[in-house]
Design a protein around this ligand. Sequence first.
Ligand SMILES: Cc1ncc(C[n+]2csc(CCOP(=O)(O)OP(=O)(O)O)c2C)c(N)n1
Ligand code: SF4
Ligand SMILES: [Mg+2]
Length: 321
Amino acid sequence: MRDDARGRGSGGGNPAVQAQLPGGARPAAAGPVVTLQMFTSEQKPTWCPGCGDFAILNAIRQALVELQIAPHQVVLVSGIGCGSKLPDYLHANGFMSLHGRPLPVATGIRLVNPSLRVLVVDGDGDAYGIGGNHFLHVQRRNLDITHIVENNQIYALTKGQYSPTSEAGFRTSTSPQGALEQPVLPTRLAFTAGATFIARGFAGDPKHLASIIAAGIRHPGYALIDVLQPCVTFNKVNTYDWYRERVYKVEETGHDPQDRQAAARLVEEWGPRIPIGVLYEDHSQPTYESQVPGLARGPVVGRRLDDLPDETYARLVDQFR
Ligand SMILES: Cc1ncc(C[n+]2csc(CCOP(=O)(O)OP(=O)(O)O)c2C)c(N)n1
Ligand code: SF4
Ligand SMILES: [Mg+2]
């Protein structure tokens, strides 16, 4: 992996890691203009025709072009699932990890090379089920990671079992009489866990989704983007039409994402009306990376092994010599 994408951060901490531009804007990438074609992969998606994951892939490409982030400056980390195949279909750095484990991998990447933009792309089962513990802790740490969850309210790759976001009563092969549990509401969970950016997108509105993903990447800290992603094969309830009848854009209501009280109401809203857009954004928290002493002189990648950050590290290394 190359490391010439710049790091960002906010509030306090380490200028070498942060190098933040005013207003959270990103610089244009050095070198040639970044185009959509640069992200074209040799691999063709194996998703079902009509799957919402196509729109998410395109929206990510659009956002990277809008922000002029080149393929070598970004790494996509996924888990296991239909949506987690996405890094194969985008020409950039990629890491397919284990089911539920992309956030720890992303954390490691951020700590070793905070100049890389790190996007985690995984499913609702991955993020909110088996990876639920990581989901909670990555937020209170506020690592600078953009987390795009392809939320189709089902385990699709394994052929249609109910997931943590399936509605109570949802019938599947493993819940023939209907799921007994109440669903996780990801936006509520993220808000209470201390997330500094919470958004929801809809795969049926890819232009809007691309703008939300760009906002999430710009945000200096952890950004959750929960994406309503119809699975046309296994989820016959939460279809494009089902979502279209319910979603509304919060920016059209004049919502200010920095208004915590208003955000607290929006993260709870799920029913006849489902808000999409940036629900919450908090700029007051420093990123984890910006506070790590070991990164004070820049990314660990590219440094000499004996270029230690301070005496404490030097003593530790001595013990293992
Ligand atoms: C540790 C582990 N447990 C279970 C599985 C089986 N498995 C693979 S994908 C998956 C669920 C995928 O659902 P989701 O994360 O929502 O992604 P989707 O396929 O819906 O995009 C499961 C249970 C696995 N691969 N690894
Ligand atoms: S099974 Fe569902 S989520 Fe998987 S590729 Fe097909 S439509 Fe998409
Ligand atoms: Mg799923």
